[in-house]
Write a protein that binds this ligand. Sequence first.
Ligand code: SF4
Length: 974
Amino acid sequence: MLSVMAGAFARYTHCCKCEDPTLSFNHAAWWRFYVRKHHFGCTVSLLVVPYSFYRSEVAEPLPLPALHASHAGNWLRDANGATRGSSKGEAIMAAADTPVLLLNAPLVASRLGYPDLSGLDLLELFAFVFPARFCVPTPKGIAEALNLELPENDDAVPAMLQLAAGAMIEICESADWEYREGAWSALQSLVRMRWPWAQLLAPHIRKPERAEKWLFSKLPEWEEAADRPQPAQVEIDDTAIETQLDHLTGEGAERRDGQRSYAKSVGGIFAPRNRQALPHVLLAQAGTGIGKTLGYLAPASLWASASQGTVWVSTFTKNLQRQLREESRRAWPEKRQDGTRPVVVRKGRENYLCLLNLEDAMQGGFGGRAAILAQLVARWAAYSRDGDMIGGDLPGWLGTLFRKRAIASLTDQRGECVYAGCPHYRKCFIERSARASAQADLVIANHALVMINAARGRDHAQRPSRIVFDEGHHVFQAADSTFAATLSGKEAIELRRWIIGPERKSKGRRRGLAARLADVASYDEAGGQAIEAALQAAHALPSDGWLQRLNDNEPYGPVESLLAAVRALTYARDESGGQEAGYGIETEAAQLPGNFVELAGQAEAALAAIRHPLVKLGVQLEAVVETAPDWLDTQGRARIEGARHSLSWRIDLIAAWESLLNRLGGPSDPDFIDWLAVDRSDAREFDIAINRRWLDPMRPFAKVVLEPAHGVMLTSATLTDRGAEGDDWESAITASGTPHIEVQPKLSAADSPFDYANRAEVLIVTDIKKGDLPALAGGYARLIEAAGGGVLGLFTAIRRMRAVYGRIADRLAREGLPLFAQHVDPIDTGTLVDIFRDDPRASLLGTDALRDGVDVPGESLRCVVMEAVPWPKPSILHRARRAAGGGSKYDDRIIRARLAQAFGRLIRNKEDKGHFVVLSAAFPSRLLSAFPKGTPVIRLTLEEALQRVAEGVSSEAKPPFNEAVDIDEDSIPF
Ligand code: SF4
């Protein structure tokens, strides 16, 4: 066979290990393979490698200077010379003098402390050459993506950057480059925009023989399909569920009894409902590792197939969504025979690329660097699976390389969609996803979207009726945000812009109500008058520069005047300590002075004056649709339907604000918590608000989501609180919202199969004093050193985390232990986790989002370190819920849940093992039940902890248990 192939050999190179000749050949039109006589032990193996990998391995380095900066130092390499260490000043000068190759310019800039740094960023080149392809944005990551030899140390990075740049440029010349389509046209625009790579790439990307279609004509159109009939009423029997589970887990898979009984209990939620407004509800505690995803996908897929209905699986984290997408492939094909997709990931509109915004951006709406980003996003859009920009196949790091909000402004953040009035409506990613989900067997969504869809979905037929809430412990939090009301400066100015349009001359397409509904206004006099009245009334809302005016004590209009009073009263009354620390401040909306209540009344009247004409307009729009005038074609009808929908949720929003203001100064409502707040970060104000939350947000959740549904499950590894007496189902039932609709939920529990007793240790370090920052930083550094990296550090305060990071990052980097941190490194959280996962010597510091959003099985996460017991923040909201929830017992439940979630990061599969360290001199014993039964818990000094961490967890040396320790309760908040 080899000799037959040999005829096609095109090129010779060498084995990386033994210098033997390596052979490559042209194999087919699409792929070029090479056969490599590889020095692998004593065997000769034949490797088949994609063409692009092969090419990059033999590419010539790009002869340009290269710069690499890390916490350990800076390295410069001349175009053709050697690499040398350099000072920060020298590195900055070099970058200023001549374009240098670098990787992740914002990160290099932050390492050098020089924010204006620019250069030839290899990540931008990667985004151009490989749109919609994933790459970890580190030297190791880019080397792996291009199949280059990994740089062994910082010193080797600049040479690798030259090689990587050369490899990517060479790929652009290849006939087999899979992303060629559209590249030449995009490059012409990028040349005009003076993208640093453009001139370098131009000679290597040949002009296509035929003109390339531009993105907006190239994307496929979605097809309209008939509504699915309502699902058949079917029962799924246990035997069928077991058989399906066997099928999904695959032949030879280990039989897991916990998973089987879990799957069968999930089957019950798909049974036909016996009474209206009484759904089947299951609360399922599923220990980590029981295989809950396939456990619920087995009955869900059976039901979807038998009933022709849709199951919604809702998650809290994007990570689980990604995982679910993968797992669902076992139950459903990628596409059905008719080309439709049985599984659809559905997110909020603000996640997707809005093609109209992109078109605006490409036609002058964006300038400077943001315009370059728009071109790169357009490259991606042509290859994207579903146009999902946040957590989809657009690299998370792309946005951070450019202006901060540029990515967000390419999405439909402000609900400005003009629906059928949009020229790209039939190609719109959002519309495509909404239509696909109406035909899907499985919709993978998030908690907030499921709740919003249930509350104000455009189409009743599409509202979820069978719902699995995975990560069910987050449903309360999601409901809390979804059913909240906030009248703030930012929200109010958005409403003003939606009604009036942008104030300053805007390059973009943002238009007010009058422009969007011009045809209605000219056809229907009453409608036109309503639009005009709303426009006039909306001038009472805050306008550009409102924060500055409040600062200068010169508010304009009734709403700004009220916000000025909110600000003054909050500063007068806040005693949280946030004023000095630069954090946000707040005060309860109680004992309000007379003039404040008066201002609230004026603002309420102003809001009512906006709402009334909007309600009237809604009625007129309905009448226009009903009378169906000649000019109203299908597109026009769809556009007016869209306008009615966005009108109705704005009317609801204004009504909620009015009700919020109406209650100020009156008796308090026991169902709600109202407070005033000035949102600040580092002492800089960014919003002023009157907030309202439900005391129990599961009350509206039960009405809006549970009651109309037929079957709902909430499942999680931490659904119940693990108190001293075992699982506390009572609080789990209360937190599910079922008591509000008088449903008795079914309960199920499956324990984790992991051997926590032998694979994990909880170490409570008792000799680091609270508030001793140098000791805290020293503790973190030494633990990371002892573990050799692989540490996830969790903090409850960003400021403390930054201080610790600042003290230890350089020291660790010099030992080859890279440290990354949320809120410090200019990298989005998802990418930080990707970097952490990719490098077993890296460590990552972060706050809440990392506590249960990180899934890093294997070597990369060996140790979790918490800076302290995670007490809840003593906010006004928390104080009220604490009082209603049993005082300190309420707090204990929250803390145990946080500890359990954080501990859950450590052991993700059977092979994982490691330490969970809490740096707390006073860790109350009653919280220890948060950890899985049998997990050894040891109170010890830092020195002892370092020793244990350095030795690793060993199943032979059983540590002593030390659970009964007297705690100084005075040292605990509250
Ligand atoms: S239909 Fe709406 S969201 Fe879609 S591209 Fe057009 S304006 Fe944007």
